[in-house]
Design a binder for this molecule. Structure first.
Ligand SMILES: [Zn+2]
Length: 397
């Protein structure tokens, strides 16, 4: 189901498949937008929840939108805030492909437990992770926030469940997500007309349904055909609970049902082996915090696997992180220097490691795109995964 394509936005084109780095609070931590452009990032994804709390959507609106605000000369994306309001403080991992056994049961919906988020049919009430103040998101509020943030691509507000929620709860959450999807389309239509002088913002629906084939297919059919206020979704995100082992199967079910001519985004997935699985099953765009988050802990990618550059053995290695990498860091700095920066707790450590990891992931998906056009995708996959897993011995996160 793999494919190549182009997504056109008011701020430029996105050649797909591609990886979209995450700039949670309108910045990719420790790296300037100029460097993100230079390393090949075609777009940046920011989080509506974080920008809502700080600096607030009105500031972004007054600035002329998130791209202009952060001096990013290209397309931008925001998520709906749904994942963050439900996950922060309740033990969700921020990377959504995971092994089922690493997950605590009923994190979100357990009763009799201090929770930071409460879901009802109208929306979600949650506590700010910054100051403990109470807030409420509804589909309408999420749309209003995302319109003010002004990204080219937005996501509908959905309820994100976990793998351990019961099937009964998954069904209930799915019905709620679909009712919210209609409300998002209605509010999006209203705001698009109200703000007709602003660049067009596309709205993607989010497919939930956890690990259940019938629920995933049903969700994809319903959202794929959904129409309200005379409009449909411009594309789709595949979200929620995704067991790493069944990632490809779930993506395949969904993409067999969704309209072929619209973009498909896999939310929160970014480990190298998962990217191959996603592309293979028809995903056009990815976003993930993994590359930058692990960089700040000194974990760096190479074609042979991941390693921690701050570990002892690298102290006297006067060679790049990866001999085959064309990033700014590998062109100019050694493992020994990064080892020193991390041990000395210097800020440049995060900057240099993040530039390398983001380049590595962006380039990997670029290579998949080129391989799809050459008809050599399977060779690339086999070659990469053979080498990557062989040496690292741990390819999962
Ligand atoms: Zn590099």
């Amino acid at each position: 189901m793999a494919r190549v394509g182009t997504i056109s936005t008011p701020h430029g084109e996105i050649q797909t498949p591609t990886f979209i780095p995450v700039g949670t609070k309108a910045t990719v931590k420790s790296v300037l937008p100029e460097a993100m452009r230079e390393l090949g990032s075609q777009a940046i994804l920011a989080n509506a929840y974080h920008l809502y709390l700080q600096p607030g959507p009105d500031i972004l609106d007054e600035a002329g939108g998130v791209a202009k605000f952060m001096n990013w000369n290209g397309p931008t994306v925001t998520d709906s805030g749904g994942f963050q309001v439900l996950s922060l403080g309740v033990g969700f991992k921020k990377v959504l492909a995971m092994n089922a056994d690493t997950f605590r049961a009923d994190d979100v919906i357990a009763d009799n437990k201090e929770r930071l988020a409460h879901v009802d049919d109208e929306g979600v009430t949650f506590k700010s992770h910054l100051d403990g103040s109470m807030h409420r998101f509804t589909p309408e509020i999420s749309m209003q926030i995302q319109h003010k943030i002004g990204a080219d691509i937005m996501f509908a507000f959905d309820e994100c469940t976990t793998l351990h929620n019961t099937r009964g709860y998954q069904k209930k959450a799915l019905a709620r997500t679909h009712a919210w999807a209609i409300r998002c389309l209605d509010e999006h239509k209203r705001l698009t007309e109200l703000r007709h002088n602003k660049p067009y913002q596309a709205l993607f629906g989010v497919i939930q349904g956890a690990q259940y084939e019938d629920l995933r297919r049903q969700a994809a059919q319903e959202l794929g055909a959904m129409e309200s206020s005379g409009i449909q979704f411009d594309g789709f995100g595949i979200g929620g609970a995704l067991d790493k082992d069944s990632l490809g199967t779930i993506v395949k079910w969904v993409n067999e049902e969704l309209p072929v001519n619209k973009p498909k985004h896999l939310l929160g997935i970014g480990a190298p082996e998962d990217l191959f699985v996603g592309v293979e099953n028809g995903i056009d765009t990815f976003d993930c915090v993994l590359a930058s988050r692990i960089a700040r802990t000194s974990a760096v990618y190479t074609m042979q696997g991941r390693f921690n550059v701050s570990n002892g053995p690298h102290r006297r290695e006067f060679i790049p992180i990866d001999e085959n990498c064309d990033c700014y860091t590998c062109q100019n700095y050694t493992r020994a220097y990064l080892n020193h920066l991390f041990r000395a707790k210097e800020m440049a450590a995060a900057t240099l490691a993040t530039i390398h990891n983001e380049r590595f992931i962006v380039r990997l998906v670029d290579q998949m795109r080129a391989a799809l056009m050459d008809g050599t995708f399977q060779e690339l996959k086999k070659e990469f995964l053979g080498r990557y897993q062989h040496k690292s011995g741990q390819a999962t996160d």
